[in-house]
Design a protein around this ligand. Structure first.
Ligand SMILES: Nc1nc2c(ncn2[C@@H]2O[C@H](COP(=O)(O)OP(=O)(O)O)[C@@H](O)[C@H]2O)c(=O)[nH]1
Ligand SMILES: [Mg+2]
Ligand SMILES: [Zn+2]
Length: 300
C-alpha cells in the first residue's frame, strides 16, 4: 500500500541495525533507520522510503498491537511485535528450566499474548509421564499444552497447522528442546529463506543470530528468535509482574495493605494462599526474583 510519503511493509528479519522489510508484493528490501530512534522489531508494520531498487529507510513504525521483549540491567532485546501467541518448546530431555518457562509465561501474559507449551519429543515415551507431571501445573496457569514429536513431520503438521493458521506465532525455547527441528518441520524452506535474506544483505555477513519471520504454507506466520540463556524482565513494573502470575489475581484481593508487595507484609493474601497450598512456593520464589531484578534496575 502506498502512502503519501513511502510504502508500507513488514519487518521480517532484524540483524543488528539492518532490517529486511517485506512489501505487499512480497519483494524484500534491505532497510536501515536514521538517527538513534528506538529500533524496529520483527513483526512491525513500517513505512519505508525506497532508495534505489532494493534498499530503503524505515521512516516510521506504525502503532504496535504488542511487543514482547526480555531485558537485563543494561539493555533490552526485542523479540517481536504484533504477535498472537508464543510457542514455548519444552522436552522430556534435556532437563528444562522452570525459571525460564515461568518467565516466558510472565512475558506472554504481560504482553497480552496466549502462551502455548509445545511438549516435544513425545516419542521418548518412557520419559513422557514425568514431563507431563512437571508441565501439568502450567495448564492451570492458562497455558495450552500440545504434545508432539517434531521428528514426525506429518504429525507435526496435523497438530500444529490448525493452531498456527491465520496467526502470528513466536517460537521460544532453551537450546536442545527441538526448536530448530520444529521450525524445519513447519517451514521446509526455512534454510532457503535464511539464505535469501543473507544474500540480499551481501555475502559474508553473519546472519545466524537474527530473528526471522516465516510465512507458513498452511497460513499464518512463525517467528524464530535466537536461543537465549537468560530471560530478564526488568522492563516490567511491579503491577505488571503481579499480573504475570494469574494465580495471584484472587489472592491479592485479600491483602490488608493496598500497596502490598506480597513479600513479607502481614495480612498478605498471596502469602496466605501459599500457606494453604494454593500457590506453589516455587512460583512465589520466581515472583520474588523478578521483583528483586526490577528493583535493582530502578537503581541505575
Ligand atoms: N527423540 C526426539 N529427538 C528430537 C525431537 N526433536 C528434536 N530432537 C533432537 O533434539 C536435539 C536438539 O534439537 P534442535 O532442534 O537442534 O534443538 P534446539 O536447540 O531447540 O533448536 C537434536 O538432536 C534433535 O534431533 C523429537 O521430537 N524427538
Ligand atoms: Mg536451534
Ligand atoms: Zn500481598
Amino acid at each position: 500500500m502506498a502512502t503519501d510519503a513511502g510504502i508500507q511493509g513488514r519487518v521480517v528479519a532484524a540483524h543488528g541495525r539492518h532490517y529486511t522489510v517485506e512489501l505487499a508484493d512480497r519483494t524484500l528490501r534491505q532497510c536501515f533507520t536514521r538517527g538513534k530512534k528506538s529500533g524496529p522489531t520483527v513483526g512491525d508494520l513500517v513505512v519505508v522510503l525506497p532508495q534505489g531498487s532494493s534498499e530503503g529507510v524505515i521512516d516510521r513504525i506504525l502503532p504496535r498491537r504488542n511487543l514482547l521483549y526480555r531485558s537485563d540491567a543494561t539493555r533490552s532485546k526485542q523479540f517481536a511485535s504484533n504477535i498472537d501467541q508464543t510457542l514455548i518448546v519444552l522436552a522430556p530431555e534435556p532437563d528444562f528450566s522452570e525459571d525460564l518457562t515461568g518467565r516466558a509465561l510472565v512475558a506472554s501474559r504481560s504482553a497480552g499474548v496466549q502462551p502455548i507449551i509445545i511438549l516435544n519429543k513425545a516419542d521418548l515415551t518412557h520419559k513422557l509421564a514425568a514431563a507431563h507431571q512437571r508441565i501439568g501445573p502450567y495448564e492451570g496457569l492458562g497455558a495450552a499444552v500440545i504434545t508432539l514429536s517434531a521428528l514426525d513431520t506429518e504429525q507435526t503438521h496435523r497438530i500444529m497447522d490448525p493452531v498456527l493458521r491465520g496467526r502470528s506465532s513466536l517460537l521460544l525455547g532453551q537450546s536442545g528442546m527441538g526448536k530448530s527441528t520444529l521450525l524445519n518441520a513447519l517451514v521446509p524452506q526455512a534454510h532457503a529463506a535464511t539464505r535469501a535474506h543473507s544474500e540480499s544483505l551481501g555475502s559474508g555477513r553473519h546472519t545466524t543470530t537474527a530473528t526471522r519471520l516465516y510465512h507458513l504454507a498452511s497460513g499464518g506466520d512463525l517467528i524464530d528468535s535466537p536461543g537465549f540463556q537468560a530471560f530478564g524482565l526488568q522492563h516490567l513494573s511491579p503491577p505488571e509482574i503481579v499480573y504475570g502470575f494469574p494465580e495471584f489475581t484472587l489472592a491479592i484481593e485479600h491483602c490488608r495493605f493496598y500497596n502490598c508487595t506480597h513479600q513479607h507484609e502481614p495480612g498478605c493474601g498471596v502469602l496466605a494462599a501459599m500457606a494453604r497450598g494454593e500457590i506453589q512456593p516455587a512460583r512465589h520464589e520466581l515472583y520474588l526474583r523478578i521483583l528483586a531484578e526490577n528493583q535493582a534496575a530502578q537503581r541505575y
